[in-house]
Design a protein around this ligand. Structure first.
Ligand SMILES: *Cc1c(COP(=O)(O)O)cnc(C)c1O
Length: 392
């Protein structure tokens, strides 16, 4: 009771429990597939690895899929296969997960940050062109949030400059550009199978390519640099193996590949649900003054790993973020420009101002929850909470 004698108004948050921004979907067929492998003779590097790779290649319409232990390893394999090394530069977008840039650093190269387009937050092809130097060895674009980049523009630049393209497609499995599936859009295309991503194997990654030589290089690189595997040696009846170059142990296990196979079969229906949720948000925000969703190009089929919005400039993003968390809405921010992290500031001398569009966008950026098992009521809760906290 307050001093005036009237009861204090009870403040309820929109939800009783936290709605996360993303979450995996694991069903009985997933569990059964993993248990079957646990009961079998092979826990790793058995029959499920090539079976998963084959299914993934077919899904993305590519000749080869190479399975690795996570999406970061996939990026490292891709850059190493292209021969990225000390003295080289790799162009990456300012707004991405740190791993895109880190992979170039693993190879001894320098990531060069290109600015993004203000309305899509995808890498700006015009800035890519400006950032090309004689040292540029590759361009790594990111299908941010699940929307494919302008691959026509990027392809034209790459062809003119004779540079290889990497698609960091960790957000975008299941999407497409002009009806060409994500995974087939660049020379090398990398995926993450982390639980928040479109499908999961717990941890996991894949690289797709149509290039036989690059696929072979990546298979050797993920296995210590050794040029034959146990089963090939058994077939040949010998024990000898040769390590031709320094590689890593970046293998994905049979346990994980079995899970990947059942997950991949369900991906189309999950993408359809993500798109439905995004359409509900789009309708709810069509006339909203407090935020603007990102623009989606007509050529793109968006996978909606994330539903990112730009808050109105007069709103305080940190305050809105805190208020939504208090409402049990698990909002997030993807991402701070990579070069503003202390490592990049210290190692490469980067300062604020390098990519002004990315910095301005970051200040207003917010990620709303989207995942396949979200209900229509969950979506309504997010919309309601946003309206409630922004008109306070
Ligand atoms: C998730 C992600 C990665 C890294 O994948 P991990 O499987 O977590 O190593 C790389 N790039 C982007 C854009 C990502 O979202």
């Amino acid at each position: 009771m307050s001093l005036s004698g009237s009861p204090k108004p009870e403040v309820h948050s929109t939800r009783e429990t936290l709605l996360p921004y993303g979450r995996q979907t694991i069903e009985d067929d997933d569990l059964e597939a993993v248990v079957a492998v646990l009961r079998s003779a092979w826990l790793t590097t058995g029959p499920k690895v090539p079976e998963f790779e084959q299914a993934f290649a077919e899904f993305t319409g590519t000749a080869h899929a190479v399975a690795v232990c996570n999406g970061t390893a996939a990026l490292h394999c891709a850059m190493a296969a292209l021969g990225v090394g000390p003295g080289d530069e790799v162009i990456v977008p300012a707004i991405t997960f740190v791993a895109t840039a880190n992979a170039a650093v693993y190879c001894g190269a320098t990531p060069v940050f290109a600015d993004v387009e203000a309305d899509t937050l995808l890498i700006d092809p015009a800035d890519v062109e400006r950032k090309i130097t004689p040292r540029t060895r590759a361009i790594a674009a990111v299908d941010y949030a699940g929307q494919p980049c302008d691959w026509d523009a990027l392809g034209a630049i790459a062809a003119k400059q004779r540079l290889p393209l990497i698609d960091d497609a960790c957000h975008a499995l299941g999407g497409s550009w002009r009806d060409r599936p994500v995974g087939s859009l660049a020379d090398l295309n990398t995926f993450s199978l982390h639980p928040v991503k479109p499908i999961t194997t717990g941890e996991g990654g894949v690289i797709t390519t149509n290039d036989d030589a690059l696929a072979h290089k990546m298979r050797v690189f993920r296995g210590h640099g050794i040029t034959s595997d146990f089963r090939q040696r058994e077939k040949a009846g010998g024990w000898a193996y040769e390590m031709a170059e320094l590689g890593f142990n970046y293998r994905l296990s049979d346990l994980q590949c079995a899970l990947g196979l059942t997950q991949l079969r369900k991906l189309p229906q999950w993408i359809a649900r993500r798109q439905e949720i995004a359409a509900q948000y789009d309708r709810a925000f069509a006339d909203a003054s407090f935020l603007t969703p990102l623009r989606v190009r007509a050529e793109a089929s968006h996978g909606y790993h994330l539903y990112s919005v730009q808050l109105a400039p007069e709103l305080d993003r940190a305050a809105v973020f805190r208020a939504l968390r208090a409402e049990n809405i698990g909002v997030n921010v993807h991402y701070m420009p990579v070069y503003l992290h202390p490592f990049y500031q210290e190692k490469f001398g980067h300062r604020a101002g390098l990519c002004p569009v990315a910095e301005a966008a970051y200040a207003r950026l917010l990620t709303l929850p989207v995942f396949p098992t979200m209900t229509d009521q969950d979506v309504a809760d997010v919309v309601h909470a946003l309206e409630r906290v922004t008109c306070r």
